[in-house]
Design a binder for this molecule. Sequence first.
Ligand code: IMP
Length: 193
Amino acid sequence: MIKELVFATNNVHKIEEVAFAVGDQFKILSLKDIGFNEEIQETGTTFKANASIKTHRIFNKFGLDCFGDDSGLEIEALYGEPGVFSARYAGEHGNHEANIKRVLDQLEGVSNRKAQFKTVISLLWKGREFWFEGIVTGAIRTTLCGKHGFGYDPIFQPDGYNESFAEMSLEKKNSISHRGKALKQLIAFLQTL
Ligand code: IMP
C-alpha cells in the first residue's frame, strides 16, 4: 500500500527531488496539497529546532506523518554565521546576491575560509520524531564562480574539488551536498517502515 507523507515545504524543486528519490512506496504531499497556506515562522536558533517547528506545526494541526528540513551555511571565522540566518543574512529574505556580498565583505582579508553547509531533517512518523543530518565541508572563495544552483553556491568550494557548487551540474552537487546526504539517510529510513 502507498503511504502518504507530507513534506513541510512549498518548494517545488525540493518536492520533485524527494518524490523522485523515494519512488513508489510513498506519495509525497506538499503544504499546498494539504491546504495549508499559512507562513511557518522559523524562530529557532538551530537548524534542528527550525526543522522541528515545521513538522510539529503540521502534525499538531492535521495529525499527518510529515518531515521538514532546514539548511544553511556555517563559516568558521564568523563563529558559525550566517547559520539559521542564511536566507536573510543581508536583511531581505532570499536576496542571495546581497547575502554573498555580506559574507565576502566580512571575510575580506581573513585567511581562514573554512565553512560547511548543513541540513537537518525532522521526521514525525506516527507521532515519534526522528532526525537526519547532512554536512558538506569546504571553503569560501574570494570571488564568485559558476552560474548553476542558488544561494551561496558561487562562493562555496567543497573539499576535494577545484570548482564551486555553482560550477557543478545539479546531479553532481546533489551527490555530495548536505541536502543530498540528509535525504539519503531519510530515504533509507523510510524504506524500513
Ligand atoms: P533552506 O532551509 O534549504 O531553505 O536554506 C536556507 C538558506 O540557506 C538558503 O536560502 C540559502 O541562502 C542557504 N542554502 C541552503 N542550502 C544551500 C545550497 O545548497 N546552496 C547554497 N545556499 C544554500
